[in-house]
Write a protein that binds this ligand. Structure first.
Ligand SMILES: C[S@@+](CC[C@H](N)C(=O)[O-])C[C@H]1O[C@@H](n2cnc3c(N)ncnc32)[C@H](O)[C@@H]1O
Length: 349
């Protein structure tokens, strides 16, 4: 037995456990408005912060002590002051920053709430269905993805698709499949008023949320359809899926339907987690996060319905193979608009 290795794994393990409890502290700070307060006012003593944020001082002190130990806030022992650096506030307190991580404070607790179900499925087969994760997961997905949609979708991602911008401005038929709470669909409808956007999602709760948020936008509509039932006539000029294909019960059937529903000169923009299909390429913290979220949510909710269970880290190589099997004539990774979290692929029918 290598004793140094044991000691080093102990440190590593303390890091894992501290990561989990730190996410819990950040979730409390998020829900109580403590993070927002720190983002807006910087810091102060726990007493000053508790008074300013209208919270209980004992809780504020314990939470901030944990966040100081985790190197998220700075602590000055001379004055007893805590301070959230502006670079960290981008992640914790600024809903409009593309770095905002608020979605994780809903998604991680939602995944953890289903550990017993996942463990039972790991023994007996099957899985935990999407609906079991409840409204916290729906809100987490939306809060997790919306900041980057707000900042990048119509300013960088869609303009980065060759020959699309002029068509979007002139007016085309767009479908966002697996639209969730509808943020991406509504942003496209707002940016391209001559185009018409239809959002489809199998989750009735997500569609209800999307419909509630439409306001007076008249060029967007939402339907509770599974991908396999999306209409093919009249066809769509642009179909998008944002973080959807790996969740599907039958991804091949879904992709075939998307191809069927595209006009001959239509294009399909697929966004999926940035990963390789080869485990050995994903052996890093981002891979650990992906396989974790996948086991505790993405994969299990597909297996719950007897699905393929592709998993969040199905990766580029497998995506390309599925595209070919579904009959797409081309599959082009769009490196310029891809990022650390997400890869974009352009598929033509
Ligand atoms: C990870 S969420 C992404 C939601 C949204 N696109 C976003 O980026 O915020 C995946 C979505 O796919 C939807 N979905 C899963 N299976 C589906 C199916 N067969 N047909 C349509 N939507 C489906 C889920 O209900 C969920 O809203």
């Amino acid at each position: 037995m290598d004793k140094a290795k044991v000691e080093s794994f102990l440190d590593q393990f303390i890091g894992f456990a501290a990561g989990a409890t730190t996410i819990g502290l950040l979730a409390v700070a998020d829900r109580t408005g403590l993070s927002t307060y720190l983002g807006e006012h910087g810091g102060g003593t726990s007493q000053e912060i508790a008074e300013g944020a209208n919270l209980d001082e004992r809780y504020v002190r314990e939470i901030l002590s944990g966040l100081a130990a985790a190197d998220i806030v700075d602590y000055d022992p001379e004055t007893g002051s805590f301070d959230l650096p502006p670079e960290h506030a981008l992640f914790l307190a600024s809903e409009l920053s593309p770095y905002f991580m608020g979605g994780w404070f809903d998604m991680i607790p939602a995944t953890m709430s289903q550990i017993d179900g996942v463990a039972a499925a790991a023994k007996d087969g099957g899985g935990v269905g999407f609906e079991e994760f409840g409204p916290l997961m729906i809100r987490g997905i939306d809060r997790g993805n919306s900041p980057s949609y707000l900042v990048f979708l119509t300013s960088k991602w869609l303009p980065g698709v060759p020959e699309l911008q002029e068509r979007l401005e002139a007016g085309i038929r767009i479908a966002d499949v697996g639209c969730g709470s509808g943020t991406a669909a509504m942003l496209m409808a707002e940016a391209y008023p001559k185009s018409h956007v239809t959002g489809f999602d199998v989750s009735g709760d997500s569609i209800a949320t999307a419909r509630r948020r439409v306001g007076d936008l008249s060029n967007v509509e939402f339907h509770g359809y599974t991908v396999e039932d999306i209409p093919i006539d009249p066809p769509f000029d642009l179909i998008t899926t944002f973080d959807v294909i790996h969740d599907l019960v039958d991804p091949l059937a879904g992709l075939k339907q998307i191809r069927e529903a595209l006009a001959p000169d239509g294009v399909y923009l697929m966004m999926e987690p940035n990963a390789s299909s080869n485990l050995e390429d994903n052996l890093n913290p981002r891979g650990a996060l992906l396989y974790g979220v996948s086991t505790l949510h993405c994969m299990t909710q597909s297996l719950a319905h007897g699905g393929t269970g592709l998993g969040a880290a199905w990766g580029r190589q497998l995506a390309e193979r599925y595209a070919a099997d579904a009959g797409f004539s081309s599959f082009t990774p769009l490196e310029e608009i891809s990022n650390r979290f997400s890869s974009f692929y352009l598929l033509k029918p």
